[in-house]
Design a protein around this ligand. Structure first.
Ligand SMILES: Nc1ncnc2c1ncn2[C@@H]1O[C@H](COP(=O)(O)OP(=O)(O)OP(=O)(O)O)[C@@H](O)[C@H]1O
Length: 227
């Protein structure tokens, strides 16, 4: 399988704190990678560096073999919108927009007419078990439903990679399982790789591989755990 995203020798310091200390990581097509580790170990810094949100002090990030860390801020932000999808813990949906428009938003930001973008957005509702909820506003959705809308929004641009930072952090165990199962399976079906930071070992177990981070370094890198 082809490598979609790679970090090579990534380092990042904040003053005297070394958040990343020479991290090498690789994500292949349809691969899902869970990033785990204690609080402050560098998980979010790693995710944000791979996603081109934080520029590393050293090392490089390659998207399909092309270094992205040298790109201008403009080009990097276009690349993030077109090639990456993002799912966060909570609060990422616009409360005044119905679910279908929240999902359509990344397409509209790329200049697609609203009607066409909403039509395209609606296609993601059935695969994510959201049929019939297209017109609900975020305040009228459960936590699990809102996260599934956020997943649809991350996938609607058909990204190369979906980055998820504690996507189940605000959910109960049963809802977490349902959300992560859908996130991993729909991302894989659509051909996207997934990089997910989580504290929850049960959530991480749904990913193909688990990366353990400690003090800004990879302390353990599991092989494929799911067939
Ligand atoms: N903007 C920043 N300024 C200063 N220090 C920072 C900044 N961001 C992160 N750090 C420090 O870098 C280290 C790694 O932080 P990071 O947020 O990546 O850890 P984490 O593993 O994601 O933690 P958590 O599980 O608590 O979210 C920590 O010591 C943190 O305090």
């Amino acid at each position: 399988m082809n490598t979609v995203l790679a970090g090579r020798g990534l380092t990042k310091k904040y003053g005297s704190t070394t958040a990343l200390d020479g991290v090498d990581v690789e994500v292949r097509e349809r691969d899902s990678l869970a990033v785990m580790g204690p609080s402050g170990s560098g998980k979010s810094t790693l995710l944000h560096t791979l996603a081109g949100i934080i520029r590393p002090d050293g090392g490089t990030v390659l998207l399909r073999g092309q270094a992205i860390d040298g790109l201008s801020e403009n080009r990097l932000s276009t690349l993030r919108r077109k090639r990456f999808g993002f799912v966060f813990q909570f609060g990422q949906l616009l409360p005044e927009l119905p679910a279908e428009e929240n999902v359509a938003l990344p397409l509209m930001l790329e200049g697609m007419p609203r009607r066409q973008a909403v039509r395209q957005a609606r296609r993601w509702f059935a695969p994510l078990g959201l049929d019939g909820l297209e017109h609900r506003r975020p305040g009228q959705l459960s936590g699990g439903q809102a996260q599934r809308v956020a997943i649809a929004r991350a996938l609607v641009v058909e990204p190369d990679v979906v980055f998820a930072d504690e996507p189940t952090g605000a959910l109960d165990q049963a809802t977490s399982t349902e959300v992560v199962r859908l996130l991993t399976s729909v991302a894989r079906e659509q051909g996207a790789a997934l990089v997910m930071v989580t504290h929850d070992a049960d959530v991480a177990a749904h990913c193909d591989r688990i990366l353990q981070v400690r003090d800004g370094r990879i302390s353990h890198h599991s092989q494929y755990t799911v067939a």
